[in-house]
Design a protein. Structure first.
Lengths: 380, 271
C-alpha cells in the first residue's frame, strides 16, 4: 500500500466517519470539524470555523453545565466521556448526541487542543427520556403513597394510643372500685354481721325452746360462714396485706387460698431479696398473678401451677406456668397480637404502664406467661 | 473536628495569614490546585468541599440547612471558628463568591478581604437586571443533570465512598473529579441558580476584589460591573481569561490578579 493512497483513506475516513469530529481550543473556539458533523448540523465549514465557539452550539442548560462542570473537568482530568447533550443545528433544531472528548496538550508554548467525537443518539436519548419520565412518574406515585401510608400510620397510632389510655383508665378505675367495694364490704356488712353475732349471743344466753335453740345455733354458724365468705371476697377484691405488709405476703395468702378453694397444687417461689416495690407496681404484679391463675383454673384444666416472682438486677420477672392443655396455635397468634383476650390485654397494659413486657408461650403440655416489670425506685 | 470532616477541610502552607478557598457549583477543592501553591509560602491555605461535593460527608447533607446559600455561609463560618482563623482572606469562585459575601456580612470582623471570582448575585433576569438566564433555562439544567450523572453510578458510588483508601476505584469511573450525588447536585444547582442576593450586596463592609473574565456566559461582565457598583469597598479587575473558571484556564493570570488585588487592599499590618 503506497502512502498517498493510505493518507487519502485516512482523510476520507475522518471526513465520512459515522460520527462527528470536532477540534477546538481550550476556550471553545472551533478549529476543525469533519464532513459528518457538518451534514448532521447543517452548518457550512466556513460558518463553523470562522470564530464559532463550541459553547455556541449548546442550548443554554447544556452551556451552563459545560461552563460550570465540563470545562473544569476537562482542565483537570483531560477527558470527559459519555455526556448526553443536544447540539444546536443551524435550523435551531436539537441533535441528541453522546459526546466524548480528550484534551491534547500542545508542545511547549502552543495551545492545547480538545478533540471531540459525537455519536448520533437520537433513539437512545428518546428511550432514555422515556425511562426518565417513567421513573419520575413512579417516584411521584411512591411519594404519594408514602405520604398516604404515613398519614395512615399516624392515625392508627393515635387510635392505638387512645385505646391504651382507655385500657389504662379502665384498669385504674376497676382497681379503685374494687378497693372501695372491699372496704364497704368489710366496714358496713362486716359491722352488721358483728352486730348480728352479738345479738345471737344475747339470744343464746336466754331460755329458749329446744327448736329455737337449734335455730339460733344454726344462725350463729351461718353468720360465721358469711363473715368468712365476705372477708375472702373483700380480700380478693383488694388484699389489705398488699398495702400493709407487701407483695410477698399478699401473694402467699392469695395462692394458699386459691389452692384450697380450687383444689389445686400451686408452687409459689418469690426471690427472698425482692423487698418492697412501689405500691402501684406491687398491685400490678398481684393483679397479673391473680389474672393468670384465674385463667389456669378456669381454662387450662391443669391441677398444678407454678408462680415465680424473680428479683433481677434490672427488673422483676413474673412467670406463671401450668401443665394444662395449652392454647391452640391460632388463638395464641391472636392473643399475641393483642387482638383478643380482655384479661391478657389488661395484663399487657399493666406491664406496659411500667415500661415492661408480657410474653406468652404455649405448647400442648402447658402455658407459660412471662411478665417483666423494670425496677422503679421505691416510693418509701 | 466534626466540621473539618464534614467539609473535608485541608490546611496547607507555611504562612500566618489564612486564605480560605471556596469552590463553586459543579466543582470541588481540587479545582484550586493550579492556584494555591503560589500562596502557600506566605499564607495558611485552607481548602474545603461544600457538603455534597468532593469528599465531604454526604451524611451531613440536610435539605433544610442548605435550602439557601446562608446554610453554606454558616459552614464557612464554622470552619473558620474550628480552625480559630483571624484576618481571613476569602477567595470564592462562582456561587461561593456570594457565600463569602454572606459570611462576611454576618461576621465582618473575621474577614480582612474577599476575592470574588466570577460573582453573580442573581442568575435570573429580572426587569432591568440581566442575570443572563430565564427560569426555563434553569429547569432545563435540572433536566440535563437528570440525564448526566457524571462520575456517579448507583452501583459504584457506595463502593468508592466506602473505600477512601483505594482512590483507583474512583478512577474507574469515566469522570471521577467533581463527582456529586445527583440528588445533591440538583439541589445545589437549584439553590445556586435561583438565588437572589442582590439586596445583601450593600450590607458588605469588608473590602473586596472582583475578578471578572472577559467572556463569561455564567457571570457576564455587566453582572461583574453591577456587583462592583453595589459593593462599597470593591475593586474590579477585568481579566484576559475567558470562560467561567479562570483559576483553571488561566491560573497565572488569576494568581497575579489576586496578588495585585491583595496588595491594593492590604492594610498596613500592626496598625
Amino acid at each position: 500500500m503506497d502512502t498517498p493512497l493510505f493518507y487519502e483513506n485516512v482523510q476520507e475516513m475522518y471526513e465520512t466517519a459515522p460520527c462527528g469530529y470536532l477540534s477546538m481550543l481550550a476556550d471553545g473556539k472551533i478549529i476543525r470539524v469533519n464532513q459528518t458533523f457538518l451534514d448532521w448540523t447543517g452548518y457550512s465549514r466556513e460558518e463553523i470555523v470562522s470564530g464559532k465557539r463550541f459553547q455556541d452550539l449548546l442550548p443554554t442548560p447544556a452551556r451552563i453545565f459545560y461552563e460550570t462542570q465540563l470545562a473544569p473537568l476537562l482542565q483537570m482530568q483531560g477527558r470527559v466521556k459519555e455526556v448526553a447533550v443536544d447540539l444546536l443545528c443551524k435550523e435551531r433544531n436539537p441533535l441528541p448526541v453522546l459526546w466524548n472528548c480528550t484534551k491534547q496538550e500542545g508542545p511547549q508554548g502552543t495551545p492545547a487542543f480538545i478533540h471531540s467525537a459525537f455519536f448520533d443518539a437520537t433513539d437512545r436519548r428518546r428511550y432514555e427520556s422515556d425511562l426518565l419520565l417513567a421513573r419520575r412518574e413512579l417516584e411521584g406515585e411512591v411519594e404519594k403513597r408514602t405520604a398516604e401510608l404515613k398519614a395512615e400510620i399516624l392515625e392508627r397510632k393515635r387510635v392505638e394510643d387512645d385505646l391504651r389510655e382507655l385500657t389504662s383508665k379502665l384498669l385504674s378505675l376497676r382497681d379503685d372500685e374494687r378497693r372501695k367495694l372491699a372496704r364497704e364490704l368489710h366496714d358496713s356488712v362486716g359491722q352488721l354481721l358483728s352486730g348480728l353475732n352479738m345479738n345471737l349471743a344475747l339470744i343464746q344466753s336466754t331460755p329458749l325452746t329446744p327448736e329455737a335453740a337449734i335455730a339460733v345455733t344454726e344462725n350463729v354458724g351461718w353468720v360465721t360462714e358469711i363473715s368468712s365468705e365476705i372477708r375472702t371476697i373483700s380480700h380478693l377484691l383488694h388484699p389489705p396485706l398488699l398495702d400493709e405488709v407487701g407483695l410477698t405476703s399478699a401473694l402467699t395468702w392469695y395462692v394458699d387460698g386459691l389452692a384450697q378453694r380450687a383444689g389445686m397444687k400451686i408452687n409459689l417461689e418469690i426471690s427472698s431479696d425482692l423487698g418492697r416495690l412501689p405500691a402501684e407496681q406491687e398491685l400490678a404484679i398481684f393483679r397479673v398473678v391473680q389474672e393468670c391463675l384465674t385463667n389456669v383454673h378456669r381454662h387450662s384444666g391443669s391441677k398444678t401451677a407454678a408462680v415465680r416472682v424473680l428479683s433481677l438486677p434490672d427488673n422483676v420477672r413474673v412467670e406463671v406456668q401450668d401443665q394444662g392443655t395449652g392454647i391452640a396455635a391460632e388463638q395464641l397468634t391472636e392473643l399475641k397480637a393483642s387482638r383478643s383476650g380482655v384479661g391478657l390485654r389488661g395484663m399487657r397494659e399493666r406491664a406496659r404502664q411500667f415500661g415492661g413486657t408480657l410474653d406468652i408461650s404455649s405448647k400442648s403440655r402447658g402455658t407459660l406467661i412471662t411478665t417483666t416489670f423494670p425496677r422503679l425506685k421505691p416510693t418509701d | 473536628m466534626a466540621v473539618l470532616k464534614r467539609n473535608n477541610v485541608k490546611v496547607l502552607g507555611e504562612g500566618m495569614q489564612p486564605m480560605i478557598f471556596a469552590h463553586g457549583y459543579g466543582c470541588e477543592q481540587n479545582t484550586w490546585r493550579e492556584v494555591t501553591p503560589a500562596f502557600q509560602r506566605d499564607h495558611k491555605v485552607v481548602l474545603f468541599d461544600h457538603v455534597g461535593a468532593g469528599d465531604s460527608d454526604l451524611k451531613a447533607f440536610d435539605r433544610d440547612r442548605y435550602a439557601t446559600l446562608d446554610g453554606y455561609a454558616t459552614d464557612v463560618l464554622e470552619i473558620c471558628a474550628e480552625l480559630q482563623l483571624q484576618n481571613v482572606v476569602f477567595v470564592g469562585h462562582s456561587v461561593s463568591a456570594m457565600i463569602g459575601v454572606l459570611a462576611a456580612i454576618r461576621q465582618p470582623d473575621l474577614f480582612t478581604k474577599l476575592v470574588l471570582i466570577g460573582p453573580s448575585p442573581c442568575y435570573l433576569n429580572d426587569g432591568d437586571y440581566h442575570g443572563g438566564f430565564d427560569r426555563g433555562d434553569i429547569d432545563g439544567l435540572l433536566d440535563f443533570l437528570d440525564s448526566n450523572y457524571l462520575g456517579w453510578s448507583a452501583t459504584m458510588a457506595p463502593v468508592i465512598m466506602g473505600n477512601p483508601e483505594r482512590p483507583e476505584l474512583a478512577n474507574e469511573l469515566a469522570n471521577s473529579f467533581c463527582r456529586t450525588d445527583p440528588e445533591i447536585a440538583k439541589h445545589f444547582a437549584r439553590v445556586t441558580f435561583l438565588s437572589d442576593n442582590r439586596a445583601d450586596l450593600p450590607k458588605l463592609k469588608t473590602p473586596s476584589i472582583i475578578l471578572q473574565c472577559s467572556e463569561d456566559s455564567i457571570a457576564p461582565p455587566p453582572v461583574g460591573q453591577y456587583v462592583h457598583s453595589q459593593l462599597a469597598d470593591s475593586s474590579l479587575i477585568l481579566m484576559q481569561a475567558t470562560g467561567h473558571c479562570p483559576h483553571l484556564s488561566a491560573p497565572a493570570e488569576t494568581i497575579s490578579a489576586i496578588r495585585d488585588g491583595l496588595k491594593v487592599l492590604l492594610r498596613p499590618t500592626g496598625s
